[in-house]
Design a protein around this ligand. Structure first.
Ligand SMILES: Cc1cc2nc3c(=O)[nH]c(=O)nc-3n(C[C@H](O)[C@H](O)[C@H](O)COP(=O)(O)OP(=O)(O)OC[C@H]3O[C@@H](n4cnc5c(N)ncnc54)[C@H](O)[C@@H]3O)c2cc1C
Length: 355
């Protein structure tokens, strides 16, 4: 199905897509002629392998838009103003493109506070290779090596760009961590920078003098809390946590006030898998063929970690990866394929705005 401008707005890959629109909007699904499974229902063609029932629970809308209040033309259209989308739009603007941002909510929305990147100019080639190898190992050898290489190549510039642009706008990071340098046995090194925005609304829980009081504050039954603590203390005495497998080196008795407790909630912070991309984050068909003029940014782009759950190998890698992909996608869309900005941001620029 070749998507025209209207179909793209209505039902194409929605979040984190960057498209060079001046050249006409792009295809987001295999062409109908190549797709024996395409079904035609009420004028709607479904992408390969999908049918009407697949869209029943989906927010994706396939029906074509038929009424328009206005029509405008931009060089670049960014869909989704989040951690990847905003850098994409700003980077495309900086390269001289006209840009439209289509955002579901009334303003830009993103999560996360820490963003990290690899400082290539403060690392050596072998050190970066070792860093990538460690990442692949941490991901159980499932990670996408090419995307990891792209992260290492462009994330340092993206982090410096973020430092400079946020300082210019009056919102600099509240912490720039000391550069993390890993020195490997072979004498090589790899340096990374983490910057933090926020502060996040930390919930430090409750501290009290008596366990029963803690149960009341946390809204849990005091009897059950007492039993759990007694059982845990038994396991500490035994030196083996037969219930949850906590390592012996972390086993400490809960017996001395003050007592501290917090409600923890299960949450999803990042799903790091989505549309297929090549190493430059150009959208691809499942056979690897590039879909012209369409880039995917953010954590729905490719499978950096090789699975939907993401690695904690590098704190801030998720947001750092999103900013980096936004930047290179925006630059490519604006320039017709260049990966580097006309004026890349350097450490000297960071020093200049920090002075
Ligand atoms: C609470 C929390 C804390 C986190 N802390 C960290 C951290 O410290 N460090 C770190 O590295 N990672 C962190 N993460 C993960 C990181 O924030 C995410 O991986 C990252 O924000 C994903 O960016 P994205 O651009 O892919 O998506 P998003 O930032 O979610 O952007 C998607 C955007 O698309 C918009 N949108 C959605 N649907 C549509 C539509 N149909 N049309 C148009 N627009 C649409 C949304 O409004 C949103 O603005 C955290 C995540 C959470 C939830």
């Amino acid at each position: 199905m070749e998507l025209n401008r209207r179909d793209f707005l209505k039902g194409a890959l929605a979040v984190g897509a960057v498209s060079a629109a001046g050249a006409g909007l792009t295809a987001c699904a295999p062409a109908a002629k190549d797709n024996p499974q395409t079904a035609e229902t009420g004028g709607i063609e479904y992408p390969a392998g999908l049918q009407e029932s697949d869209f029943k629970e989906s927010p994706v809308e396939l029906a074509p838009i038929t009424e328009f209040a206005d029509e405008k033309t931009y060089d670049v259209v960014v869909v989704g103003a989040g951690t990847g989308g905003v850098p994409a739009a700003l980077s495309a603007l900086e390269e001289g493109a006209t840009v439209a941002v289509l955002q579901k909510e009334s303003k830009a929305i993103a999560q996360g506070g820490t963003c990290s990147g690899v400082l290539l100019d403060e690392s050596d080639e072998q050190g970066v290779m070792n860093y990538i190898q460690g990442f692949l190992e941490d991901c159980g050898w499932r990670a996408d090596r090419k995307l990891a290489e792209t992260y290492c190549k462009y994330s340092g510039e993206a982090i410096r760009w973020t430092q400079v642009r946020t300082a210019e706008a009056g919102f600099p990071p509240y912490t720039v961590r000391p550069t993390a340098v890993t020195e490997y046995e072979d004498g090589s090194k790899c340096s990374r920078r983490s910057i933090m925005f926020g502060p996040k609304p930390f919930n430090n829980g409750t501290m009290v003098e008596h366990l029963a009081e803690l149960a009341g504050k946390l809204g849990i039954p005091a009897d059950a809390l007492k039993k759990s603590v007694e059982r845990y203390n038994e396991l500490v005495d035994a030196g083996f946590d037969a219930d949850f497998g906590k390592q012996a080196k972390y086993l400490r008795k809960v017996e001395k006030a003050p007592f501290w407790g917090i409600h923890k909630h299960v949450r999803v912070s990042a799903l790091c898998a989505g549309a297929t991309v090549n190493e430059n984050y150009q959208a691809t068909r499942t056979d690897g063929e590039v879909i012209p003029n369409l880039w995917i940014t953010g954590f729905s782009a490719g499978q950096l970690c090789g699975a939907p759950d993401w690695s904690m190998y590098q704190g801030g890698m998720s947001a750092g990866h999103c900013i980096m992909t936004g930047r290179i996608c925006g630059i490519q869309a604006a320039t017709g394929g260049k990966l580097e900005a006309a004026t890349p941001i350097t450490e000297a620029d960071v020093v200049a705005v920090s002075a």
